[in-house]
Design a protein around this ligand. Structure first.
Ligand SMILES: Cc1cc2nc3c(=O)[nH]c(=O)nc-3n(C[C@H](O)[C@H](O)[C@H](O)COP(=O)(O)OP(=O)(O)OC[C@H]3O[C@@H](n4cnc5c(N)ncnc54)[C@H](O)[C@@H]3O)c2cc1C
Length: 346
């Protein structure tokens, strides 16, 4: 099908663009996804963790149950069409680090909505200091986001629905009923550029609060098959490797790996666990498209009739993107209103 007959042009094939493209095609629409293969994109380095309980206070992610239901449904659908396994449950043991955290843990154990997520697990022999015990965080999952990206790209290529190119914003023509870019025409266009939306003339003033993140892939001695967390985390990766992460730098969006961050991650592993990172296989950097109020940016861009934004998925994209993709599809195709907190900046 020539590009001129598409229903949608999607700019960006990170997790957001890929998941949205699959959702639209599932609903019978045609797309052309254009991606510039930028090396600092967040999806390329994501560890794929879906973790219901995070932060020092062991908070349950708001909306987790709904998000997870959509995510599970999406990844199982993607497994069927792409013929690969993407989501698996993983056991997570979380170190309770001090008395303050032990108090929060006790409080959480008595809260009804935490009961299906938290359990006391006593000691874990991987941790050095076990004074306050550990929590088992249930319903933790791992998404193989790298395979999802590469297989969905191939799947799109096979339907002539993918183009590797950098969009030049000045060359997009917004017509009354269609959008044209270098001869390619579509009824609607959706921007899914992750943190690079800060270069987009129509989106650059959105309240992003970008966070550079770094993650190490290591060969680890004495590491369990489960996930360990203690403020940082260690999760099993491919070919017996492990991912050790991650960092947050709110002031730097350069894409160079920092030796200081590497030493901090390794130091933290050594301080809290008996696991040795014997070999560093990879040290990767990405920039999270985090937002000041932690809500995503979803909906039609004001002043541009047929252009939409699908962005702002910060640090939990594997969990939250499928749910938001459904919301945007329902909005664009069936006029279902979007929550004001997602549209207010657009
Ligand atoms: C170190 C680190 C670890 C993380 N770990 C996890 C985790 O364990 N679990 C989790 O859920 N989340 C994790 N995240 C967050 C997750 O990566 C993001 O939520 C998610 O990947 C955001 O996806 P996105 O598609 O919106 O953005 P991106 O991944 O940035 O994708 C945007 C895409 O658009 C393309 N693009 C941009 N501009 C243009 C243009 N002008 N023309 C053409 N193409 C363009 C880019 O090349 C890119 O492919 C992590 C992030 C980091 C940095």
């Amino acid at each position: 099908m020539p590009a001129s007959e598409r229903d949608f042009i999607i700019i960006g094939q990170g997790l957001a663009g890929s998941i949205l493209a699959i959702e639209l095609i599932k609903r019978g629409l045609s797309v052309m996804v254009i991606d510039n293969a930028h090396k600092g994109s967040s999806s390329k380095v994501a560890a794929g963790i879906i973790n219901p309980i995070t932060g020092h206070r062991l908070n349950l992610t708001e909306g987790f149950v709904d998000y997870f239901q959509s995510a599970k449904q999406f990844y199982l659908y993607a497994e069927r069409i792409l013929d690969e396994s993407f989501i698996s449950e993983i056991e997570q043991s979380r170190l309770i680090k001090n008395q303050g955290q032990a108090n929060y843990f006790d409080e959480r154990l008595n809260e009804l909505n935490y009961q299906s997520f938290l359990e006391v697990s006593g000691e874990n022999s991987s941790f050095k200091q076990n004074e306050f015990g550990c929590a088992t965080i249930k319903k933790t999952s791992l998404v193989d986001s790298k395979s999802l990206l590469s297989l969905s790209r191939k799947w799109l290529q096979n339907q002539d629905a993918y183009l590797q190119a950098k969009i030049e914003y000045s060359e997009i023509n917004f017509g009354e009923n269609e959008i044209e870019y270098r001869g390619a025409k579509a009824a609607k266009l959706i921007f899914c550029e992750g943190y690079q939306a800060t270069n987009n003339p129509w989106l650059k003033s959105l309240p992003f609060k970008l966070a550079k993140g770094e993650v190490l892939t290591v060969e680890a001695k004495n590491a369990p098959e489960s996930m360990l967390s203690w403020g940082n985390w260690l999760v099993p990766g491919k070919n017996k490797s492990y991912k050790l992460g991650s960092s947050y730098d709110w002031n730097d969006t350069s894409l160079n790996p920092s030796d200081t961050v590497k030493q901090k991650l390794l130091g933290s592993l050594e301080l809290h666990t008996y696991i040795q990172a014997a070999i560093i296989i990879k040290h990767e950097v990405g920039v999270r498209p985090t937002t000041t109020d932690r809500n995503a940016f979803l909906g039609r861009i004001s002043g541009l009739k047929n252009a939409y934004c699908f962005n702002g998925f910060g640090s939990k994209g594997c969990l939250t993107i499928p749910y938001h993709a459904e919301l945007l599809c329902e909005h664009m195709l069936n006029d279902r209103p979007l929550p004001e907190k997602l549209t207010k900046w657009l």
